[in-house]
Design a protein around this ligand. Sequence first.
Ligand code: NAD
Length: 499
Amino acid sequence: MTTNTQKLSLPENPRHFGLYINGRWVETAGRKVMERYSPAHGVLVTKTTGGTEKDVNEAVAVARKAFENRSWAGLSGQQRADVLLKAANLIRDRAEELAVLETLETGKPITQSRGEIQASAGIYEYAAGAARMLHGDSFNNLGDNVFGLVTREPIGVVGLITPWNFPFFILSERLPFILASGCTVVAKPSDLTSATTLIMAEILTQAGLPDGVFNVVTGAGSVVGEVLSHHPDIDMLSFTGSTSVGKRVLAASAGNFKKLSLELGGKNPHVVFADARLEEAVDGVIFGFCFNAGQCCVGGSRLLVEKSIQAEFEHLLIEKLGRLRVGDPLDPETQVGAIVSDKQHETICDYIERGTKQGARLLTQGTVSATVKGLFVQPTIFSDVTSEMDIATDEIFGPVLSILPFETVNEAITIANTTIYGLSATIWTQNLSHAMDAVRGIRAGRVWVNTTISGGPELPAGGFKQSGIGRETGIYGVEEYTEIKATHIAFGPRTPWVS
Ligand code: NAD
């Protein structure tokens, strides 16, 4: 028995997961075994299965059948809500198992994983309510003999492709909404972090979801992801990942005009005005670029600070960063864990080198506990950055902050918008005019004022520009997975067309 404050130990017998199709596990025989090593410890933690084109075709056929037979779409909102509520309870029952797997596969701190699992259970509860709220519209103003109806129908079979940075939480920001709408699903999690998505399949079956409604095919993006994106029998694709792969998915979807929800990358600004409560802004900026070791799509990786307070703000940042606890993700004291993979680690280190080469001033590389081995990057801050430097334009996806000063509100808005992305922005000020000018001026799907990376399932998430298409979560998140049907009903005598 462990308590939430004890450091956990590594697992002795990693579980070997199969694929999950039609409400049961598919045998792994004859398929590639994918081994996942904890990025913080280098220890084997899970084995998953490399799905093939045939597996995807089978899963899509099963999902199609489950959609057509209306075993799910034909239920009432209340019946669908019952399943989602049971699923929320089962997530809570298995919360520690899910949190440990999430930490081992991603390298994120165990306290963070525990928080994400609990929050996910809450999202299933919210979506259960949304299943009962989903409704259309009516027009009673079309004349005495005509009535107009606008109804929403589930769009059909949805392909769901997710990334490695918040495997369970991002799944939870999509899946319960898709299910609430009445659709069926074939999911493909990142090959680095598949375990918790597979466990969710078990949970949903246990919660009473009919067989074939939720299927999981694990494996490589170049195989499973490509087949799903091109598949002629997928009606809609929900893709969360990088902008570059998002563009491939967009092109692949043209074959059958799939509807798309694309949640992509960001290069998000924090704008700090001189009148901000500086201690709070410093804390928020550090949280913004270090949370999840900087591997957070909405994390603030550019700091736009008013020139008159730049020196003071940089001093406060360095001072506070020294107290950040970077280390073993299995230790409940840890705030920043490991980087997910060798490849991501190399990318981040390469950008840090480029920042120095391109003339930015390295302000700090933070600290890492001396006992820590594995894939870690010290939180790093560059000052004197200009908008042309790679560290100011590219999504690094690591704990690296680029500081760019500004002198006027308009200049801050211009710098904030100097990016191909438009995912999020954070504004720190006590001046309402500054806040509203920046809220209106910055082109981003999510804006925070005097807080960052906060919120719940009520508000929609999504991006402007190359950060994506469509919205997830909120009532918008359920509607996104529906088609709209307009029906005219004439009930009086018909005026003849041919006399
Ligand atoms: P990625 O684009 O490399 O992979 C995302 C998913 O796509 C994975 O499951 C991967 O296996 C799959 N994939 C890879 N190649 C594919 C292909 N050719 N066709 C179809 N699928 C393919 O992204 P990642 O490295 O896993 O995640 C990090 C990225 O995700 C960052 O850019 C981050 O900003 C973004 N992200 C965005 C949001 C958001 O809500 N906007 C949330 C989280 C992460």
